[in-house]
Design a protein around this ligand. Structure first.
Ligand SMILES: C[S@@+](CC[C@H](N)C(=O)[O-])C[C@H]1O[C@@H](n2cnc3c(N)ncnc32)[C@H](O)[C@@H]1O
Length: 326
């Protein structure tokens, strides 16, 4: 059987590519504008599929493919909104996704973004996105996943939006829900009665963590997080011997003088110290008995300090890169 093919927009260092490779899906074209990300991507996947540049100038060169993936930048829609009304996405990077879906009509898409997209600006940016996607003959399902539920020691909640072209509304499509019981019976009944779905254009409040959309209508609910792989702690993935450049012990000890020892857990993250009860991450020192907080793209020596054995240090590039589930 021929392998499914995929195109990876906003590829960064190739998160979707890793998943594709592990599932026997062939990446035939990938793009990002960032030179440093390109360097990492090409050092891992050196087969000429990566194109460096602005996606807006490359749309017409994208080949036909089965699955479009994109972890698109969470750029607000308000600029376009002021002039054109909130359902206008022209001039945003999301426009490139709509453009590829219209021109290349891949059978599936998988998009990733921050989960706050569902509730910030009363859900209006998400409404714009949903409206555009659901008018393109795709049936859509979204859900919020936490990296910690997949056996990674990191609290990282992300919104994943799936689409299948030409699927019927009443076709079973629980791609994202492991256990149907996670949904209340009333919601399951409403899924079956497609005519009870609400109009996307009339959505005026935040969206739930899960939902479906089809042909201008949607249904949504908040569902509890599901676990896919056993939980791991940060201490399970630490490197044994770490270069001195990651060490901030002396400096951190000074900060601790003005900090409170709290040793509490928040979202599964162990917080050992914070300053004056402030919730600011900048003053927190984390332990290793829980998960890491959401890691940032550029590991910061100011904000991410962990108490590890007898040192206070930041995490190493290798510790950041842990992704395997075993
Ligand atoms: C949230 S990150 C995606 C991370 C990716 N999923 C990964 O696994 O690394 C968004 C990416 O969009 C890229 N980007 C931003 N503007 C772009 C543009 N105009 N054309 C192409 N890529 C762009 C950024 O450089 C960044 O790497």
């Amino acid at each position: 059987m021929e392998k499914l093919t995929t195109v990876e927009l906003f590829a960064g260092i190739g998160g979707f590519r890793l998943a594709a490779e592990e599932n026997g899906i062939k990446t035939i074209w990938a793009n990002d504008i960032n030179k440093l990300a390109a360097k990492v991507y090409e050092s891992n996947f050196d087969d000429g599929t990566f194109i460096l540049g602005d996606i807006n100038e490359l749309i017409d060169t994208i080949p036909d493919h089965d699955i479009l993936t994109a972890g698109f930048p969470c750029q607000p829609f308000s600029k376009a909104g002021k002039k054109q009304g909130i359902d206008d996405f022209r001039g945003t990077l999301f426009e490139s996704i709509v453009s590829v879906l219209s021109k290349r009509t891949p059978r599936y898409f998988i998009l990733e973004n921050v989960n706050s997209l569902l509730y910030l600006a009363r859900g209006q940016n998400f409404r714009t996105i949903l409206n555009a996607l659901a008018s393109l003959q795709y049936k859509i399902e979204w859900n919020v996943f936490n990296a910690a539920s997949f056996g990674l020691p990191q609290h990282r909640e992300r919104l994943i939006i799936f689409g299948v072209r030409d699927a019927r509304p009443n076709e079973t499509f629980f791609l994202t829900v492991k256990n149907e019981q996670a949904l209340e019976p009333a919601v399951i009944e409403r899924i079956a009665d497609y005519t009870s779905w609400k109009r996307i254009a009339e959505a005026d409040k935040k969206f739930g963590s899960w939902g479906m959309a089809y042909n201008g209508t949607y249904i949504t609910a908040d569902i509890p997080e599901e676990t896919y792989f056993p939980a791991k702690k940060l201490k399970d993935v630490l490197q044994k011997s770490v270069d001195k450049s990651f060490d901030f012990t002396a400096d951190t000890e000074k900060r601790i003088e003005n900090s409170q020892y709290v040793n509490k857990y928040y979202n599964g993250v162990q917080i050992l110290y914070n300053q004056g009860g402030g919730a600011r991450m900048g003053y927190s020192i984390f332990g290793t008995e829980g998960t890491a907080p959401t890691l940032t793209a550029s590991t910061s020596r100011h904000y991410e300090r962990y108490a590890i054995n007898n040192t206070f240090r930041r995490l190493t590039n290798i510790e950041y890169a842990v992704y395997r589930l075993s």
